[in-house]
Design a binder for this molecule. Structure first.
Ligand SMILES: [Zn+2]
Length: 266
């Protein structure tokens, strides 16, 4: 396992660790897995965790089901990237269950607002503070660095939906290299298509509004001055279960080819 499970980072980044969780809870709550990498790639997975947030209530509004096996999928992509390149990507993985906290939403919709939800609020801020720190680092190292936000969807078992707010969250990449960088034969989605994957949209069409890009890509995408290019990938269940290892390998290979073509420039 190459992931540094980082309670340290949670505590390091938290403004007010003493008020976020009591000592007993802190010692047993490792809720965000992070890895500082060397590749210009940040993998995030907000909805695949299994752990409870002690002291947090279950959300009464919004989707509370997990994106099953996306945590494992993202860890596999991480391991494949290390095998292929000898270097680590950046990682931020939510290990807590979405029913307590949905970090892919604005704070007011991310947790139950009706009660004092300090535990969930603290984790929310830490998750975003770490992504924000990593994106700043990545942007300084590589202007076209890429964030991939990994999700699962139940609408089509054999489809991967791309979400970029119709290319807005990858605008820096598009400005420099054009649409080829997103749909061409050395783009991540294009390479997956060449391997037989069904990608929606297949080309330059409108993205499906259900999966067109959530809070993470809209907050950290390259349409924002401080952001980096950001793509949300919504995996059908086939790619998270029976074909999980193969799909993770194929995505990692696609990321490497894409990076060699588009992420070399500073
Ligand atoms: Zn999701």
């Amino acid at each position: 396992m190459n992931i540094r499970i980082s309670l340290f980072l949670i505590l390091f980044f938290c403004n007010q660790p003493i008020t976020c969780m009591n000592e007993e809870e802190q010692s047993s709550s490792i809720l965000i897995a992070t890895q500082r990498g060397a590749l210009p790639i940040l993998l995030t997975a907000p909805h695949g965790g299994y752990k409870a947030i002690l002291g947090a209530s279950i959300r009464k509004k919004g989707c509370v089901t997990s994106d099953l096996r996306t945590l494992e999928f993202t860890q596999l992509v991480n391991e494949e990237l290390i095998k292929l390149t000898g270097e680590k990507p950046y990682l931020v993985l939510a290990e807590f269950q979405r029913k307590y906290l949905d970090v892919n939403r604005m704070q007011k919709n991310a947790m139950d607002p009706d009660i004092d939800n300090q535990a969930a609020e603290c984790i929310y801020h830490e998750y975003h503070r770490i992504i924000s720190t990593f994106t700043r680092e990545l942007k300084a190292a590589c202007k076209n660095a890429l964030l991939i936000d990994v999700h699962g969807q139940g609408a089509s078992a054999t489809t991967i939906f791309r979400g970029t707010s119709n290319l807005k969250t990858v605008s820096r990449l598009i400005d420099e290299f054009g649409i080829e960088s997103m749909t061409g034969n050395q783009s991540i989605c294009g390479l997956l298509q060449q391997n037989g994957y069904s990608i929606d949209p297949a080309g330059n069409q409108e993205e499906d509004s259900r999966f067109g890009g959530g809070y993470t890509v809209r907050t950290y995408g390259s349409h924002q001055e401080s952001g980096i290019n950001a793509i949300q990938l919504e995996l059908g269940s086939n790619f998270r279960f029976e074909q999980q290892e193969q799909c993770a390998r194929d995505l990692a290979k696609a990321i490497v080819v894409f990076s060699d073509k588009y992420l070399r420039s500073k």
